[in-house]
Ligand binder design. Structure first.
Ligand code: GAR
Length: 218
């Protein structure tokens, strides 16, 4: 058991896929306080993970709404009902408006070293480009996709034998450490955004913690 105090606040996760990054928030020590996960896909694996953890999940499908604005308004209502302190985009594969991303502090996890390879096919794009290093990024969401101020990044070496699946699996292992760390910093009031630069402030509860600590490359 951890002797760290529990995190205070409420996290709402938006996810379209398996939800392994939401799982990483639940598995953190101490666990991050995930109040709910909301998905656009009824079949998303994240719903099974939430059911297993006894945490509510909701589906707000795009197809059930006449247009993008109506869908996004329904999504905003669903998120607002849980009064989040931070919203986490954990593999949420739909574009959100500037008004939506400005409504709550919002962190996104992305499987590349941004600004390289934004978009929905980051791992395939990195492989196709022949890069030797890729990695994971956690950043504040902004109106422009995958472009907000960067909170944390960690590099992953590309193996010549890598497939999209093998490289993505190694990047996700890194995501599962970076994302909980970034969410904990945000809930602890330790992130200060200064233009494009995000400063990680020292932990007031731990005089030995100097703040920013670059992770070791994998
Ligand atoms: C994650 O690797 C995340 O970085 C990626 O989707 C995956 C979701 O996995 N997001 C994007 O590509 C966003 N552009 P998960 O459902 O197992 O957490």
């Amino acid at each position: 058991m951890s002797h760290e105090p529990a995190h205070r606040g409420r996290v709402v996760a938006l996810a379209s896929g398996s939800g392994s990054n939401v799982q990483a928030l639940l598995d953190a020590d101490p666990p991050l306080p995930v109040a709910a996960a909301i998905t656009d896909r009824p079949e998303a694996g994240v719903r099974d993970r939430m059911a297993a953890a006894g945490i509510p999940s909701e589906v707000v499908p795009r197809a059930a709404h006449a247009d993008r604005a109506a869908w996004e308004a329904a999504l905003a209502r669903a998120v607002a009902a849980y009064a989040p302190d931070v919203v986490v985009l954990a593999g949420f594969m739909r574009i959100l408006s500037g008004a939506f991303v400005a409504r709550w502090p919002m962190l996104n996890v992305h499987p590349s070293l941004l600004p390289a390879f934004p978009g929905a096919h980051a791992v395939a794009d990195a492989l196709a480009h022949g890069v030797k290093l890729s990695g994971a990024t956690v950043h504040f969401a902004a109106e422009e996709v995958d472009a907000g101020p960067i909170v944390a990044q960690q590099a992953v070496a590309v193996d010549p034998e890598d497939t999209v699946a093998s490289l993505h699996a190694r990047i996700q292992r890194v995501e599962h450490a970076l994302l909980p760390q970034a969410v904990a910093w945000q809930l602890g009031g330790r992130l200060r955004v200064d233009g494009r630069l995000v400063h990680v402030l020292a932990d007031p509860a731990d005089p030995g913690d100097p703040g920013e600590a670059p992770p070791d490359p994998v």
